[in-house]
Design a protein around this ligand. Structure first.
Ligand code: SF4
Length: 588
């Protein structure tokens, strides 16, 4: 008789919130015998199960690695604080969801670094998984700790904790890395020999081999040369599709089937890091999208299909695709949605198809309240086009609308802030002409100057200035039915410091982790008092990384080539200050 499986957390699963996060065994999960695999790979998403299971990139990697007979990928997510407490109390390890193997027993542990506020969770996963936190403290027998995702393009703050950064799209080279590790391990190569071999790949950055110097212009500690350049797949069709979906137990944040229809974006908004670091724009063929979507819907039972892309409205045949899919989605009772919409030029038939069988929220992102400021940030849309887009959608039956704006943008004045309020009021009036029950939300965020963008040298706006602008808008929209969503200044500022930090900031991450910082991107979890202490213990002044940066400085992220030249970014910054948008034909 086969031995009965006993979950290693069985004795305390009932003591934690949402035990479903830790039990594995979902429909579509893949379990392979490690003894039959050349390399075992733990794919760690440093946030909760519900957040991680919504991440399309992780689904692609899981499917891609497991499609190789001799490789195996297993999932692991950051434990919530109650589970962390139980694990520590019992000296129990953090384990993967497929074979319940502790992270320390894998050949490779790979983090998906989507944003900076997950850094303390990464350290927690390492320690609970039984892996030394610092790369230099790891020995033979410890896994190789990799990190990929957007943060790998600005790696210095995490450099001491990571053995190898993978810079770019996983489909372009991750399997090569895993195969090389497998081959070299078989031949008895040491960790250092393996890393030394892998660092020869152009898209790999191994911080232990890096040299740094102090930059005179900025005072930052910066890499002494370019160590890696971003890699990407030339053709999207035929790659990056998930053939086997894992259906989550607990309700995922985005509880739907996502199909990536395009990658990259040619809009060139000057604040947008993704717009510059996922170039060039590429589309998936319609036939491939529809075939994969219908197959996956029938196999998973999801009741919503999301067409995912940075800017889905730029998909050249969006109407045709929506028409091709809507017959099947209606028949299956599935809602069709898209991840986000730019504010104009969306054909009516697409909106009709998106309206689907349930009422969905239509989200538009004008980002700035006046056309002048939209020219500065290169968001090429007029007030008229926005109002027209909203009116059309409202006539077609949409009832919930959300408008996204930023405050603290370069050159912003109070006139631009008032412009946000005025545009929202105008939008509400236009929407209410078609239906009294329309709901409009104005969602604000604070501009963070991000690496590898034309605004990478800009300052992060001061606290008093931001609070004054937010208070003005609160007052302006007070007594209107518009719901105003305000951002957290502290969260945005921390994001800025961790995004633009040099290697010294890693000490603050370590201190914050030791003091108990976890899930820093969860507003209710962010502890500013801990971070203030951490910066002070690490001897790091956060203001050094939020101020305006000198144009001639070498920056901490200059060790990575994003394949967009600094000259181009600089020209774009100059054009921004002249309030000149960039015509599509001028975009690289
Ligand atoms: S349209 Fe969206 S994804 Fe594209 S550059 Fe602008 S903000 Fe970024």
């Amino acid at each position: 008789m086969p031995e009965r499986f006993v979950h290693p957390y069985l004795d305390f699963l009932h003591k934690v919130s949402l035990p479903l996060r830790y039990i594995g065994g979902e429909w579509g999960a893949i379990k392979k015998a490690h003894s039959n695999c050349d390399v075992t790979f733990a794919l760690v998403f440093p946030d909760t199960y519900e957040v991680g299971m919504s991440h399309i990139g992780s689904c692609i990697i899981y499917d891609m690695v497991n499609s190789e007979g001799n490789l195996c990928a297993e999932r692991c997510f950051a434990p919530w604080t109650d589970m962390e407490k139980e694990l520590r109390l019992r000296g129990e390890r953090l384990r993967t969801l497929e074979s319940f193997t502790p992270l320390a027993s894998f050949d490779v542990v790979g983090f998906s670094l989507q944003h900076e506020l997950s850094y303390t969770n990464c350290l927690n996963c390492l320690e609970l998984g039984g892996i030394p936190l610092l790369s230099e403290e790891r020995n033979e027998g410890d896994p190789i700790v990799m990190a990929g995702g957007p943060c790998a393009l600005r790696p210095e703050v995490m450099a001491p904790f990571i053995d190898l950064f993978y810079v770019g799209e996983a489909e372009a080279g991750l399997l090569d890395i895993l195969r090389t590790i497998g081959n070299m391990k078989r031949k008895g190569a040491s960790r250092l020999e393996i890393l030394n071999e892998l660092q020869k790949l152009p898209f790999v950055y191994c911080p232990i081999f890096a040299k740094r110097r102090k930059d005179e212009a900025s005072g930052f500690l910066v890499p002494d040369r370019v160590y890696a350049e971003r890699v990407y797949v030339k053709e999207l069709s035929g790659t990056g599709l998930v053939h086997n979906h894992v259906v989550p137990w607990a309700r995922a944040i985005f509880d739907r089937l996502s199909i990536e229809i395009a990658r990259g974006c040619s809009e060139g908004c000057r604040f947008c890091e993704a717009g510059f670091t996922y170039r060039p724009a590429r589309e998936r063929r319609i036939g491939e999208v529809t075939k994969n979507a219908i197959h996956a819907l029938l196999n998973t039972g999801f009741d919503e299909l999301s067409l995912s892309a940075l800017s889905p409205a730029d998909y050249p045949a969006l109407s045709k695709l929506a028409r091709a899919l809507s017959k099947s989605t209606l028949r299956l009772g599935v809602t069709l949605s898209i991840s986000s919409l730019r504010a104009y030029g969306v054909p009516e038939d697409v909106l009709l198809a998106l309206r689907g069988v349930r009422t969905t929220t239509l989200t538009l992102a004008p980002e700035a309240g006046t056309e002048r400021l939209r020219n500065v940030i290169n968001k090429n849309v007029t007030d008229e086009e926005l109002i027209e887009a909203l009116s059309v959608a409202s006539k077609l039956g949409f009832q919930k609308f959300k408008l996204y704006f930023m405050v603290g943008l370069p050159t912003e004045t109070m006139e631009d802030i008032e412009g946000i309020g005025r545009l929202c009021l105008r939008a509400l009036r236009a929407l209410r002409q078609n239906g009294k029950r329309t709901r409009l939300t104005c969602s604000l965020s604070i501009f963070v100057p991000r690496p590898h963008t034309p605004f990478q040298w800009e300052r992060f706006a001061g606290e008093n200035e931001v609070r004054e602008k937010l208070a003005f808008l609160r007052h302006f929209l007070h007594k209107t039915p518009i719901e105003l969503r305000l951002p957290s200044f502290e969260t945005s500022m921390l994001e800025c410091v961790l995004a633009r930090g040099d290697v010294r900031v890693s000490k603050a991450v370590m201190e914050a982790y030791k003091l108990g910082a976890r899930f820093d991107n969860w507003e209710e979890m962010l502890r500013n008092d801990l971070w203030d202490r951490a910066f002070s213990l690490a001897g790091v002044n956060p203001d050094d990384f939020t101020r305006e940066l000198p144009i001639d400085a070498t920056l901490p992220w200059d060790g990575i080539d994003p394949l967009v030249s600094k000259d181009f970014l600089l020209k774009e910054k100059e054009r921004a200050y002249k309030e000149k948008p960039l015509a599509p034909c001028e975009k690289p």
